[in-house]
Design a binder for this molecule. Structure first.
Ligand code: G3I
Length: 315
């Protein structure tokens, strides 16, 4: 019997998981599963701004370090998440003047990228910078204070701080071709022309039965720009409780995503956004929905686990 990790290693792709610091600390069973089934880790929250710089210049790396150490101990790569986002960014940052905000952003990126140089393989440099409607830029405090140029500045800073890390732009609802993914495409083109971008992260917080029919074609157009693509936060939610039919549909949806990544040599991998269904962010944000991951709360494998394993050549 192969593991997800074994199958992914054979394909030379990442199978990643978003790791929760508290569970990593408290549960040996969680640690064992994360080490066995995955070859790549993303900190679910521990590398975000509120966790790493809660007040100006006061950096706190206990949680992030623990996750990077765990990855190193277990021969896993780390996908860093994230430098610049409009959420989980402390109010002290949001209240800065434009010039102070720019300084704080550059300092924050330099500090994290330098600290983890050689240990974090890739970074979500900016997260969710495009709005959900009509492909406009997201009207965040970043845009309001700094204008669109903050994106280029963030990538230039990250590139200079760790020239060997792969730099990603990351967003949700861009799995199919639509106004939002078109906007990401044009931003990506601009960054590629400046040599600042290595990949696009497709979060892929999907709904049961709704893997976009044009997902592979959409990812392919980014590959055609010379970029890597990556499924960075995969989960497939359904209305709970799940019945057997829904779990089978979910397994087939997961297999479709796994096949899309397998078919694209430049898909660097898939990260699932949590281990067990009960660990997921989904029910807290979408009441009545949940059960979006690969493992049950007792760590047993769901049908979706087996379908991903099989799609990637494991048995
Ligand atoms: O740390 C505090 C704790 O001190 C406090 O007592 C507790 C009470 O609510 O909250 C804790 O913070 C929570 C944090 O997770 C850490 O557990 C926040 O409330 C909670 O909102 C936060 O949720 C995270 C969410 O991002 C925030 O937007 C989820 O765990 C995380 O899975 C989710 O991940 C995002 C990606 O980063 C970006 N893409 C979307 C994805 C899903 O929303």
């Amino acid at each position: 019997q192969t593991t997800l990790r074994g199958a992914a290693d054979a394909l030379n792709k990442d199978i990643g998981v978003a790791v929760n610091y508290n569970l990593l600390q408290s549960s040996a069973q969680y640690r064992e599963l994360v080490a066995t089934e995955f070859n790549s880790l993303t900190a679910e929250n521990a590398m975000k701004w509120d966790a790493t710089e809660p007040s100006d210049g006061n950096y706190t790396f206990t949680q992030a370090d623990a996750i990077v150490d765990f990855a190193e101990d277990n021969g896993q790569t780390v996908h860093g998440h994230t430098f610049v986002w409009h959420q989980q960014t402390p109010s002290w940052v949001q209240n800065l003047s434009a010039s102070a905000l720019q300084t704080a952003m550059v300092d924050h990126i330099n500090t994290l990228a330098n600290r983890y140089e050689g240990r974090v393989d890739s970074w979500d440099v900016v997260n969710e910078v495009v709005s959900d409607s009509n492909g406009a830029m997201r009207d965040s405090f970043w845009l309001q204070k700094l204008g669109e140029g903050y994106i280029t500045t963030a990538f230039q800073t990250a590139r200079a701080a760790d020239p060997n890390a792969d730099l990603y732009i990351n967003d949700y609802s861009i799995e199919g071709q639509n106004a939002k993914s078109n906007k990401i495409y044009s931003i990506a083109q601009g960054l590629v022309n400046q040599g600042l971008l290595d990949g696009v992260g497709f979060q892929s917080h999907l709904i049961l039965g709704q893997v976009p029919s044009d997902m592979e074609a959409n990812l392919q157009r980014f590959v055609n720009l010379g970029l890597k693509v990556r499924i960075t936060e995969l989960d497939i939610r359904l209305q709970t409780p799940a019945d057997a039919n829904e779990l089978a549909q979910q397994a087939s949806d997961y297999a479709r995503v796994a096949n899309i990544c397998k078919n694209l040599a430049d898909c660097s991998g898939i990260t699932v956004w949590g281990v067990r269904d009960g660990d997921s962010w989904v029910p807290g944000v979408f009441p009545g929905y949940g059960a979006p991951l690969l493992f049950n709360d007792d760590y047993s494998k769901k049908p979706a686990y087996t379908s991903v394993l099989n799609a990637w050549g494991g048995t």
